[in-house]
Write a protein that binds this ligand. Structure first.
Ligand code: NAD
Length: 423
C-alpha cells in the first residue's frame, strides 16, 4: 500500500512515524497495521457560495474518514485558511487513536474547508456551513459519521448543520452532529470538558510525581475554549499560572495570573495584553508582554501547548525548560521535537490522552440525543474524569512495563485495540 510521500518534517509525517514506532513496540502484524496508516475514505469537494457582492466563489472542502472498526466515524470540522487534505487526514488518524484509547465506540474522522471565516458575513458563513453539509450528506449520519466543532467552528455552526442535515434527511436528527447549542440537544458541560479532562490529567501527574500545586508553575499557550477552561480549573486547584498567550502574543506575571480576571479584562481590551490580573487588580507591577516563543521556552514546571499543531519542533525542542509538557492542542509536537524532549528526560503527555475529555463528552451528547434524555453537567464531568483517569492508568502501566514514553504507550494501546477489533 502506498504511503504518503512527504519531503520534510510535518504533521502527517510525524503521526505516521509515531504509528510505525507503536507498531514496532506492540509487535503488531505489519499487514494489519498497514491498514491504519491511511484513511479508509477521503472526500474532497467544491463548496460554492454566492458572496454578498453577488459573485460566486468556490472553496475546497474535505472529510477524511480514517477507520470505523470501533464504530461510526467521529471528528470535528474546521474552517481555516491552512486546512488541507493532509491536515485533515492527520487529524482523522489522531481521532481514531483517541477514541480507541479512551474506550469509545467510535472511529476517527476530521473535515474542514480551506477558508478564512473571519472574512465572511453572517449570511455567507451560514451558506458555506449548509453547503458543506449538502456536499458530505451521503457520507455522514448518526450511525455513520458524526461531525463536531473544531477550530473556528462552534455550536451556532453545528445548529445550522443539524438543520441542513435534518432537512435533507426529512426528519429532525440532532444526533447527526455533536457540540450543538444546549437548546438544540447540546450537552451541559461539553464546552468545559476538554479543559476539565486535561486538568484531571494534571492531577494524575501530580499524584504520580508527588508535586505540590502551590509550588508548581505553568505556562499555557492558547487562551481559547480549551486553554481558558483548563486554566480556570487548575487555578482553582492552586496551581500558579505565570504565563498565558494567544495568537498575537502573551503575558507574564511572576506572582501568578488569575485566568477568570484575565478573561474579564480581555472582554474589555479585546486582547490579553495588559491583563496582568491577580485578585481584583489588573495592572500588576512586573507584568510584561511576551512572545509565544518566549512562553514556550520559559523556565516553568509545566508547559501546556493548547493552541496549534507543530508548536514544538526540532528547532525549539532543546530550548524547552519545563519538566512536564501537557499536549492539549492536537499535534503540538512534531515527532523530532518529541524525540528531543524524550532525550532530555521530559515527561510529555500526548494529545490523544490529554485532550480526550472533549470527545468523551461528545459521546455522551450523542447518547443523550439518541435516548432523548438530558444529562447534567456534574454527571458529564464525572464521566469525563472517570474515563480519562482510567485511560491514564492504562497508559502509565504500559509505559512502566515496557520502559517507553507516555506517548509511545498511548499510541501502542490505542492501535492495539483497533487492530484486535480488525482481527
Ligand atoms: P480556539 O480557537 O478556541 O482557541 C485557540 C487559541 O489559540 C486562541 O487563544 C488563539 O489566539 C490561540 N492561537 C491561535 N494561533 C496561535 C499561534 N500561532 N500561536 C499561539 N496561539 C495561537 O480553539 P480551541 O477549541 O481552544 O482548540 C485549541 C486546540 O485544542 C486545537 O489544536 C484543537 O484542535 C484542540 N482541541 C480542542 C478541543 C475542543 O473541545 N475545543 C478538543 C480537542 C482538541
Amino acid at each position: 500500500m502506498k504511503k504518503f510521500d512527504m519531503q520534510k518534517e510535518n504533521f502527517l509525517d510525524s503521526i505516521q512515524k509515531k504509528i510505525e514506532r507503536a507498531i514496532e513496540l506492540s509487535g503488531l502484524s505489519s499487514e494489519i497495521a498497514e491498514q491504519i496508516r491511511i484513511p479508509q475514505r477521503v472526500v474532497r469537494f467544491q463548496v460554492p457560495i454566492v458572496r454578498d457582492s453577488g459573485k460566486k466563489e468556490i472553496f475546497l472542502g474535505y472529510r477524511s474518514q480514517h477507520n470505523n472498526t470501533l464504530g461510526p466515524y467521529k471528528g470535528g470540522v474546521r474552517f481555516h485558511p491552512k486546512v488541507s487534505e493532509k491536515e485533515v487526514v492527520a487529524l482523522s488518524i489522531l481521532m481514531s487513536l483517541k477514541n480507541s484509547l479512551v474506550g469509545l465506540p467510535f472511529g476517527g474522522a476530521k473535515g474542514g474547508i480551506t477558508i478564512n471565516p473571519f472574512n465572511l458575513s453572517r449570511r455567507e458563513l451560514e451558506e458555506i456551513s449548509r453547503q458543506y453539509v449538502r456536499e458530505i450528506f451521503p457520507f455522514i449520519g448518526p450511525d455513520t459519521d458524526i461531525p463536531a466543532p473544531d477550530v473556528n467552528t462552534n455550536p451556532h455552526i453545528m445548529a445550522l448543520m443539524v438543520d441542513e442535515y435534518s432537512k435533507l434527511a426529512g426528519k429532525f436528527t440532532p444526533e447527526s452532529f455533536t457540540g450543538k447549542p444546549i437548546e438544540l440537544g447540546g450537552l451541559e458541560g461539553r464546552k468545559e470538558a476538554t479543559g476539565y479532562g486535561a486538568a484531571v490529567i494534571l492531577e494524575k501527574l501530580q499524584e504520580t510525581y508527588n508535586f505540590s500545586p502551590e509550588k508548581t508553575t505553568l505556562a499555557i499557550q492558547g487562551f481559547g475554549n480549551v486553554g481558558e477552561h483548563f486554566a480556570k480549573y487548575v487555578f482553582e486547584k492552586g496551581y500558579k499560572i505565570v504565563a498565558l498567550s494567544e495568537k498575537n502574543g502573551g503575558i507574564y506575571l511572576k506572582q501568578g495570573l488569575d485566568p477568570e480576571k484575565v478573561s474579564e479584562c480581555r472582554k474589555i481590551n479585546n486582547k490579553i495584553a495588559g491583563c496582568y490580573c491577580r485578585g481584583s487588580v489588573c495592572d500588576f507591577q512586573g507584568g510584561k508582554e511576551i512572545s509565544n516563543k518566549e512562553l514556550l521556552e520559559m523556565d516553568v514546571d509545566v508547559l501546556v501547548p493548547a493552541a496549534i499543531e507543530d508548536a514544538i519542533t526540532k528547532e525549539n525542542a532543546s530550548n524547552i525548560k519545563a519538566k512536564y509538557i501537557l499536549s492539549i492542542a492536537n499535534g503540538p509536537l512534531t515527532e523530532k521535537g518529541e524525540a528531543i524532549l524524550r532525550q532530555n528526560d521530559k515527561i510529555v503527555v500526548p494529545d490523544i490522552l490529554a485532550n480526550a475529555g472533549g470527545v468523551i463528552a461528545s459521546y455522551l451528547e450523542w447518547i443523550q440525543n439518541k435516548e432523548r434524555q438530558l444529562k447534567k453537567k456534574e454527571e458529564v464531568l464525572k464521566e469525563v474524569s472517570k474515563r480519562i483517569s482510567q485511560a491514564f492508568d492504562r497508559v502509565w502501566k504500559f509505559k512502566e512495563e515496557k520502559g517507553v514514553s507516555l506517548g509511545e504507550a498511548a499510541f501502542s494501546l490505542a492501535l492495539t485495540r483497533i487492530v484486535n477489533n480488525i482481527r
